[in-house]
Unconditional design. Structure first.
Length: 147
């Protein structure tokens, strides 16, 4: 059986969190979901800092679902910091927005995101995307070890 994928959900709006959690539960991908509500804690989780300092870079999230509009720092800032660091740049990030514009989709690609998807999470297209994302923990771990 496949090892569960750790999904980091970065979403400040409780209703969208609940919808996303239901979506993940219905997916056929074995998973564990961690939820944080702002960009600051997203970076702490990914970089194993603060209350997440017990985490290890050897077990990075398999994928990050990152809301664009967050309190304290927006999703673009979180994405830029993740992609600028060799330890985290290989983690797939899917940007989320209530209304995805062509500009947001393009900016997501330019900053290194795997895609930009519309909330709430519920489409068959997203299910297929989630199932097809390559959750290659070994490649991420090797990239982390080199830094």
């Amino acid at each position: 059986m496949n090892e569960p994928v750790e999904i980091l959900l970065v979403e400040d709006y409780p209703i969208d969190q609940q919808i996303a959690l239901r979506f993940f539960k219905k997916s056929q991908v074995p998973h564990q979901v961690q939820v944080v509500r702002d960009g600051f804690n997203a970076l702490n989780f990914v970089f194993c800092r603060g209350i997440y300092q017990e985490r290890s870079f050897e077990r990075p999230p398999g994928v990050v679902f990152l809301d664009i509009r967050l309190p304290d720092m927006d999703g673009w800032q979180v994405l830029a910091q993740m992609k600028a660091d060799s330890r985290t740049r290989n983690i797939p990030v899917l940007m989320m927005s209530a209304a995805v514009s062509p500009e947001e989709t393009e900016k997501s690609r330019q900053l290194g995101a795997a895609g930009c998807i519309q909330k709430p999470l519920q489409s068959k297209k997203l299910t297929t995307m989630l199932e097809n994302i390559r959750f290659d923990r070994k490649a991420v771990a090797e990239a982390t070890a080199r830094s």
